[in-house]
Design a protein around this ligand. Structure first.
Ligand code: ADP
Ligand code: MG
Length: 192
């Protein structure tokens, strides 16, 4: 797991949320309030083929075609999140898969509040460390997790990061040396 308790996970914010920019901002805010940090973010749009292969494990289920079509229906975003027990904490924030159940049983969760249907349920979260690694590679092939753990994880663990709203990413600050050997002295957003 690396630095004690710190974990990385892969989150998707699905097209139903991106159809409403205000809701996207709100969910980003929910992540931040819950002390999860954005390591990488990108906005993208899937082809049906991308969608079908990512959700291949569900092939044959009654909702598969609906799911594949929905995930290729518009813009979405992928995020690498860091935090204490990030995998389970992000899934907890999301709420259970089925929106119509979550609306009664987990009313504070993202799906409980904003899910439209059992398929259009706002978000995805990797469900294990193995899935998180695999999914991070799918969306961020250039992201080198080993180097991140070695060079950046301490900054994230200690909250020595600044949130770049435009990029929707936290950037390490405090001890970052530029090429000229200057020490950047950007203010620090304390996380804890
Ligand atoms: P989760 O996203 O919570 O990990 P699954 O991996 O089981 O859930 O399913 C992947 C996605 O397929 C869900 O997020 C949802 O969009 C869709 N889905 C799953 N189960 C159903 C269902 N019973 N009815 C409609 N859509 C479903
Ligand atoms: Mg799943």
């Amino acid at each position: 797991m690396g630095v004690s308790g710190l974990q990385l996970t892969l989150a998707l914010i699905k097209p139903d949320v991106h159809a409403h920019p205000g809701l996207y901002q709100h969910i980003v805010g929910t992540v931040l309030k819950n002390r999860l940090l954005f390591v990488r973010s990108r906005v993208l749009r899937w082809s049906r083929q991308d969608s079908a292969s990512f959700y291949g494990e569900h092939e044959g289920r009654f909702f598969y075609n609906r799911l594949v079509g929905f995930m290729a229906s518009g813009q979405m975003s992928a995020h690498i999140l860091a935090g204490e027990d990030a995998i389970s904490r992000w899934r907890q924030l999301m709420g259970p898969t089925k929106t119509f159940r979550s609306q009664f049983t987990h009313r504070e969760s993202i799906r409980g509040q904003f899910g439209l249907t059992d398929t259009r349920n706002c978000t995805h979260g990797a469900d294990s460390e193995k899935a998180a690694l695999r999914e991070m590679q799918i969306f961020f092939p250039e992201f080198d997790a080993k180097t991140w753990w070695k060079e950046q994880s301490e900054f994230f663990k200690e909250g020595r990061v600044h949130f770049d709203e435009g990029r929707v990413e936290h950037v390490p600050v405090g001890k970052v040396h530029s090429d000229e050997g200057r020490v950047e002295n950007t203010p620090v957003d304390r996380i804890s």
